[in-house]
Design a protein. Sequence first.
Length: 157
Amino acid sequence: MNSITTYFAADHDRLDALFTEFQALKRKDPAAAKEQFKGFLKGLTRHIVWEEDILFPLFARQTGMGSDSGPTAVMRLEHRQIKGHLDAIHEKVRVADPDSDASEKALLAVLKDHNVKEEQILYPAIDMGLDAGGLDSVQKAMDAIPEERYACCCHAH
């Protein structure tokens, strides 16, 4: 990992590509669309866990801003909104119902602004306070989070 900003922005791009592919497939090939969505759901959930468990506490320590106020409080609220939209889409995907456009639009609206705030404010602020050892610690902490924390799809559907 070269920087938090580079790593997490690349993950945003990877997740965006999975979601775009899901959208392109959902009316043509529901089974393939489901696989894309499952990858997106798991990846985005993992991304959120990494942020809330590792990056947000790190930001709080670096800045002295607690988790109840400031940028990370806003990010946590947006994460809850994102989860609500993901759940609504997941229910449609689960039953192969492609009529999830309204939930997708709502999700993308939150994600667009959310990702910009992270990439332009939060991640660079964290990077400013980290050296190579700090980046290694972040990577080790991310790797140590068990998959059960973000494997949110039952895979039985």
